[in-house]
Design a protein around this ligand. Sequence first.
Ligand code: GTP
Ligand code: MG
Length: 451
Amino acid sequence: MLDDTICAIATSVGNSGISIIRISGKDSFNLVQKITPKLDILKLPANSINYTKIIYNNEVIDEVLLSKFCAPKSYTNEDVIEINCHGGISSTNKIMEILLEIGIRQAQPGEFTKRAFLNGRIDLVEAEAINDLIKSQNDLARKLAINKIEGNLSVTINNIRTKLVEIITNIEANIDYPEYEDIEILTNEKIKEPLIKINEQLSNLLKESNNGKIINNGVNVALIGKPNVGKSSILNKLLGENKAIVTDIAGTTRDIVEGSIILNNVQFNLIDTAGLRKTKDVVEKIGVEKSLQILNQADVVILILNNNEEITEEELDLINKLKEKNLIIFINKNDLEKKLLIKLSNTKIISGNTINHTGLENLKTELINMYNYGNIELKDLNYITNNRQINLIKNAKKSIANALQAINQNLEIDLVTIDITNAWKELGKIIGQTYEEDLLDELFSRFCLGK
Ligand SMILES: Nc1nc2c(ncn2[C@@H]2O[C@H](COP(=O)(O)OP(=O)(O)OP(=O)(O)O)[C@@H](O)[C@H]2O)c(=O)[nH]1
Ligand SMILES: [Mg+2]
């Protein structure tokens, strides 16, 4: 599969000054030479950018800049050419068409990065982080991704694996050469201690992975409440645009309406929902069911109450149910006469209204305080973000727990070695030390073309 030469448009196709077409593979130079007669590609220095013309069937197709990268010093570790041609659709597509005609294969999504991985230039964590970087929606997500591309998470994983190998080697040495004096006699305690430390390290990685997910995907904030309390008005004010329809008719919002804001570098995905009430209206009923789903999945729930109405049994029930959640109560419509009486301890309550825009800044501050990553140092941004990696850490942690249990029960030391080896293998899968072909196909298919 790595034998052929591939090409793809690496920039998004549309009206733009330039487009970049990337070509990689051992025949890159010879094949592209066929359409650049004015250059001697083989003689060009590596890492050079060269002005030339793409000529095909004696027709000048475009004036381009051609970059040459020689294996192994390229994105894929192979011979690579990048053609900067004129942007827009026709020039770019024409050159692509010609490249295919002269025998270069259209690359699959992510195939360049896949080659970089298979050729050993980057590990799987770094490869996944490249996609994270491209898809990052906010500055913290960008920092998190670039830290991984720089190899920080891989170093952490490798260090843990090295420690596991040391433990295994010590155990093996004790089993094989128990009579050698210079071999430290391993007591259970001596194996336990480093294993407990590794277990803690893995627990921390799992605990912090939630931070990583939040940085990448944002915090899901559900705006919940009975109809007409002002949920959609609050969404609109927080977003600074009239995204949701607002009317004085109870049951206006039927489907969810979403919008994101960035506060102190963290993305908050605000989700406006249909007002919760018992209803016979079929459409509204579905909306209410959706609201309850959103409520369960949200990281934060903002329950909106109406200052101008007495609290209902349903609302009190809801408050009770939401105790386990990150809950903020926003008492809206405080420009109107106060009829709502509510006494709650340990709950964040903010009062305001959307007419004079009061209380909404306090609401934002409350959200910021809940997720204060804004001042976090770049070097500390070493969180695991994807489920594949999280599951493998969990597997490794299970194996370490089994090993510790075996030690505590004074079981055969061989059994302990098997568990430690399993943990080492699972951690290896994170960086792609071992992998299944299917996994790579699935993983790289999420990339864009040309990457
Ligand atoms: N006086 C006053 N009226 C408000 C305030 N906020 C919203 N309203 C009004 O309350 C009514 C309902 O507002 P919405 O934002 O549509 O309420 P909702 O909770 O989204 O309602 P549903 O979509 O039906 O569940 C509208 O007439 C708004 O103008 C407020 O702070 N004070
Ligand atoms: Mg609404």
